[in-house]
Design a protein around this ligand. Structure first.
Ligand SMILES: Cc1cc2nc3c(=O)[nH]c(=O)nc-3n(C[C@H](O)[C@H](O)[C@H](O)COP(=O)(O)OP(=O)(O)OC[C@H]3O[C@@H](n4cnc5c(N)ncnc54)[C@H](O)[C@@H]3O)c2cc1C
Length: 391
């Protein structure tokens, strides 16, 4: 990797693990640090559309991802009682890449962690960077265990609350609340749920994503006051109340919630840092640089695309400054498109605040829902990484 030999990746989420793998596969000497003692939250899943699956092929883990997940090729819109409004057949993928594969986050982390280690990356859990001193020759980093080292480049994939972003930009770019929140819980998969689906409600939207033959994850999105903290021991009761008014398996899931149900709540926030995404030799990727609403299931997809584009650019010609500039130039338009499009979907569905508005949203979805997603599919299906394995 020419003048970029030793790289520190901060953050062991989907993006950081993909970056560590891509960089190590291209010959870099990679250390990844993760502040948690174990990898990631149980209880939630990730839809990975074809553009993300192409990244997994590039990282040589596509077969494991497909084996570990549930493949689907439609997005189905229903009313609140699960009467079909419109079915959209994705225009994503190609002969060798399915439209979407969804899997548990824990499973995806296992696959990527194994890939990073096999490629030669070193992973240190329970570790953060407490000091970073950037100079023209390298970044000197002091770790929370007291050790220190110098790196050619530091890559911050440390998520929505990124301290690497604060180190570079202070508070200039921080995630902003949308005023909506997402509730998630896993539930046994009824046979008839075979794709990602949305059930439009009045004042909220619910949906499901199959994760394997036996499991789906249910999500529920509605207005939530960003200034109100929801206590962990009230999550189940809160979700139960919020699912009132829905029929079909959503009603069954609501009735089946118990104190042991692993309900996850996340306020929905958005962020897009204008390029460049670096200062000196420290660069951002994934949610540290852009946070999008979940509607296109693209947040982690963008993060893994960032990872491979960054690894490709760091291997390319020019100075570190030129390489990092090219990286953000290749990524900004994609992230901006996903943010804008997903935000519009969120606003449209959440405009169904009254019975009349609900009927309007259902009519609009029946007429235009599939046509709109088709536009997004065509854009997202345009390759952004060089497909040849180690380019
Ligand atoms: C409701 C909801 C549903 C979603 N559904 C999907 C979906 O279906 N498909 C999809 O592609 N995306 C989805 N997303 C988005 C996706 O979860 C994120 O975009 C993705 O996880 C970002 O990956 P990342 O690696 O950048 O950050 P993260 O996954 O957040 O990982 C960051 C890692 O950095 C670690 N870390 C943080 N600070 C430090 C530090 N100082 N030092 C060391 N380590 C640190 C964290 O512990 C974490 O492990 C969804 C998001 C939400 C809110």
């Amino acid at each position: 990797m020419n003048d970029v030999r030793r790289v520190l990746v901060i953050g062991g989420g989907v993006g950081g693990l993909a970056a560590a793998t891509a960089l190590a596969q291209r010959g870099a000497d990679v250390l990844l640090i993760e502040k948690q003692a174990t990898f990631d939250l149980p209880g939630v899943g990730l839809g990975q559309p074809a553009n993300a699956l192409r990244v997994y092929r590039n990282l040589d883990v596509l077969d494991e991802v497909l084996d570990g997940g549930f493949i689907y090729n439609t997005m189905d819109y229903f009313d609140k009682d699960r009467n079909l409004v419109v079915q959209h057949k994705f225009l994503l993928g190609d002969d060798s890449t399915p439209a979407v594969c969804a899997l548990t986050r824990v499973r995806l982390h296992q696959i990527l962690r194994d890939a990073a280690v096999s490629a030669g990356a070193e992973i240190r859990l329970n570790t953060t960077a407490t000091e970073m001193n950037d100079s023209p020759d390298g970044v000197h980093v002091v770790f929370s265990d007291g050790g220190s080292d110098t790196f050619d480049v530091v890559v911050g994939f440390d998520g929505i609350r990124s301290s690497t972003r604060s180190h570079i930009f202070g508070e200039a770019f921080v995630p902003r609340p949308t005023g909506y929140g997402a509730w998630r819980v896993q539930h046994p998969r009824p046979d008839y749920v075979k794709s990602m689906e949305f059930l439009q409600g009045i004042g909220s939207k619910t949906g499901a994503m199959p994760l394997d033959d036996d499991l789906l994850y249910l999500f529920h999105i509605r207005p939530e006051d960003p200034d109100v903290w929801i206590e962990h021991d009230t999550l189940v009761d809160n979700l139960r109340q919020r699912l009132e008014g829905y029929g079909s398996y959503v009603a069954e899931a609501r009735d089946g919630l118990t104190a042991q149900s692993n309900v996850v709540f996340s306020p929905l926030e958005v962020l897009l840092i204008p390029g460049p995404w670096h200062s000196g030799r420290i660069v951002l990727g994934g949610d540290a640089a852009h946070v999008v609403p979940p509607h296109l299931t693209q947040g982690a997809g963008l993060a893994v695309e960032d990872a491979v584009v960054l690894a490709q650019e760091l291997r390319g010609e020019g100075t570190v400054e030129e390489k990092l500039n090219r990286y953000a130039e290749r990524r900004y338009a994609r992230a901006a498109f996903v943010l804008t499009f997903a935000r519009q979907m969120l606003d449209d569905e959440q405009s169904a605040r009254s019975p009349q508005a609900y009927e309007r949203v259902l009519r609009d979805t029946a007429l235009y829902g599939s046509q709109r997603i088709a536009v997004s599919d065509r854009i997202l299906n345009t390759p952004v990484i060089h497909e040849r394995a180690l380019v």
